[in-house]
Design a protein around this ligand. Structure first.
Ligand code: C2E
Ligand code: CA
Ligand code: CA
Ligand code: CA
Length: 269
């Protein structure tokens, strides 16, 4: 019995080692990718529920490697668990603002900022400088953050949010409802937009509880003068329900997938 126990430990040790080696290899590749500027942004428009016109777009990170487009799922954790995410995010901020300046029509563009970057001192001046460089109004930029950001250091988080808002930049809470954080931040923090998580939208049609939850989120948002964006809207049925409930904007494959920059620019002509 003892021997098989040791074998089991060896087995797991080997598994853990294999995993660690994989992560280190990926991290090295990502470091190269940053140097070689292999990261790019795709843009997914979101639509006004009433007019069904494009009201803005979210920028989404892609890694172009060996001719393949690699989505964040495959590398974002490794980026976020190392300090590499901050280098990537500097590139993202510049690229997104450059894109705003290139568009034929003025619409707000959202960027996703990881909790780690959000709390770095340089983030606010860096965004401000980049906006100035391209002569872009803060109103055209939205920062998406997840609820996890509010869990610790609330006062400092609030300061950063207020500084961004002083430039006209809007703050969106991403994946709303999945973060286990207290709802009181809604009244205490300067928030503009709530993004209703895809999981609720997906289950809403089959589950009465999810339906009620989505309705509740939209009602709360309205009470607090916040806008709502529903994520991952894939069917007409979901769209109809959301319109009925008074959701402001919808984002999802029903209207558009994330597009490369050129396709997105053409869409706005
Ligand atoms: P997220 O911010 O919640 O982004 C929404 C994700 O849902 C995107 O996946 C988008 O392509 C996908 N999506 C949109 N509409 C639909 C739909 O109708 N159906 C389905 N099944 N999916 C839909 P993506 O681009 O793979 O990004 C995944 C996550 O990676 C993002 O989730 C975000 O957390 C992170 N991420 C993406 N770009 C960045 C970035 O620039 N910086 C940081 N820090 N994180 C990023
Ligand atoms: Ca997002
Ligand atoms: Ca989201
Ligand atoms: Ca997410």
């Amino acid at each position: 019995a003892k021997r098989s126990g040791e074998n089991e430990i060896d087995f797991f040790r080997e598994k853990i080692q294999q995993k660690a080696v994989k992560i280190v290899k990926l991290r090295n590749k990502l470091q190269e990718a940053i140097k070689n500027k292999e990261f790019t942004l795709f843009y997914q428009p979101y639509y006004d529920v009433k007019t069904q016109q494009i009201a803005g777009a979210e920028s989404l990170l892609r890694w172009i490697h060996d001719g393949k487009v690699i989505p964040p799922l495959e590398f974002i954790d490794v980026l976020e668990n190392s300090n590499l995410i901050m280098d990537v995010e500097e590139q993202i901020i510049q690229e997104a603002i450059k894109t705003i300046a290139s568009l034929k029509r003025e619409i707000p563009i959202s960027i996703n900022i990881s909790p780690k970057s959000f709390k770095r001192d340089y983030i606010v001046p860096f965004i401000k400088e980049t906006l100035n460089e391209y002569n872009i109004r803060g109103e055209l930029l939205t920062i998406e953050i997840v609820e996890r950001v509010f869990l610790e250091n609330t006062e400092y988080t609030k300061t950063i949010m207020e500084r961004l808002r002083n430039f006209g930049i809007k703050i969106a809470v991403d994946d709303f409802g999945t973060g286990y954080s207290s709802l009181t931040y809604i009244k205490e923090l300067p928030i503009d937009i709530i993004k209703i998580d895809m999981s609720f939208i997906r289950n809403m049609v089959s589950s009465e509880k999810d339906l009620k939850l989505v309705k509740l989120i939209i009602d709360i948002a309205r009470q607090f003068d916040l806008k709502t964006i529903a994520e991952g809207v894939e069917t007409q049925e979901q769209f109809n329900i959301l319109r009925e409930m008074g959701c402001n904007y919808i984002q999802g494959y029903l209207f558009s997938k994330p597009l490369n920059k050129e396709t997105f620019q053409k869409l706005l002509k």
